[in-house]
Design a protein around this ligand. Structure first.
Ligand code: GTP
Ligand code: MG
Length: 248
């Protein structure tokens, strides 16, 4: 941890973007945990007018936390555009390192320093569940199989050499995000993660996977749906086609 704080030179500014929809049970604890692990990193929460009042919680915390910011959107518009809006917000403010993670503690804040340190020699670092065996805790077998098969399918169809293309715990160098046409991205959920990886890969980004342990959420409600699965199944063909006709 200390080592990474040293690597984050005073000239480098880092931020972690966290999309939220009904995460009041998790968000303040997560913000505290991130500050504890990496005091130098800023945090942007992108909330879609969560009915449970997540944004109000964040807003009240902002009064005493200058490293915390909130981007509020009028309604549930999906994970993909939440991330793209958050990335744009961070790029406009000149951050050098932009990370993304879920609000539900599936991603361990203690892994953040490792992901950021790996940006020394990579443009995109993926916290990967499948780089050394299977590192998933508390998922029902059905969901684990779905995720594992989705990744195998993505790898075969797209040819991308990534073992966990659907994972949502990542760190980007700002330069690669600037090169990606964020306005052209309309996917959500797993599809969004696949699309970002594919676009970065096509741009020649150095992508590294680091092993992480993913733990299923214990608080709050899952937003997993059939739509997310169908969208991911379709996006790999769309991306492959766009690449074939030279549009990507
Ligand atoms: N702003 C915003 N955030 C969202 C939206 N959908 C999901 N999120 C957030 O995105 C992150 C990932 O969503 P999750 O619901 O945890 O998805 P998952 O990990 O695949 O599934 P579960 O953990 O089982 O719910 C969480 O922090 C959610 O609160 C959305 O439409 N808008
Ligand atoms: Mg989750």
């Amino acid at each position: 941890m200390e080592q990474c704080e040293q690597r984050l030179s005073p000239l480098q500014r880092a931020i972690v973007v966290i999309p939220t929809y009904n995460e009041r049970e998790n968000i303040t604890a997560l913000i505290s945990a991130i500050h504890q692990v990496m005091p130098a990193i800023d945090i942007l929460v992108v909330d879609d007018n969560s009915p449970d009042g997540t944004a109000a919680l964040v807003r009240s915390r902002m009064a005493e936390d200058p490293q915390l910011a909130l981007l509020e959107r009028p309604g549930k518009m999906g994970l993909g555009t939440a991330y793209c809006d958050g990335f744009r917000w961070a790029l406009e403010r000149g951050y050098d390192i932009i990370c993304q993670m879920d609000a539900d503690f599936s991603h361990n804040p203690e892994d953040l320093p490792r992901l950021i340190a790996a940006l020394d020699h990579a443009d995109v670092v993926i916290g990967s569940r499948y780089v050394s065996g299977v590192n998933v805790v508390n998922w029902p077998m059905r969901r684990l199989l779905l995720s594992y098969m989705a990744n195998l399918y993505t790898r075969i169809v797209t040819g991308m050499p990534i073992k966990d293309a659907t994972g949502g715990f990542k760190a980007f160098r700002a330069e690669i995000l600037r090169k990606i046409d964020l306005g052209a991205i309309h996917s959500n959920g797993y599809a969004f993660q696949i699309e970002m990886n594919f676009r970065a890969w096509r741009l020649g980004a150095r992508i590294e996977e680091l092993s992480i342990v993913f733990v299923d959420r214990t608080n709050g409600v899952s937003k997993m749906s059939r739509t997310i699965i169908y969208e991911a199944a379709w996006i790999v063909w769309k991306l492959k086609l766009l690449a074939l006709i030279g549009k990507l």
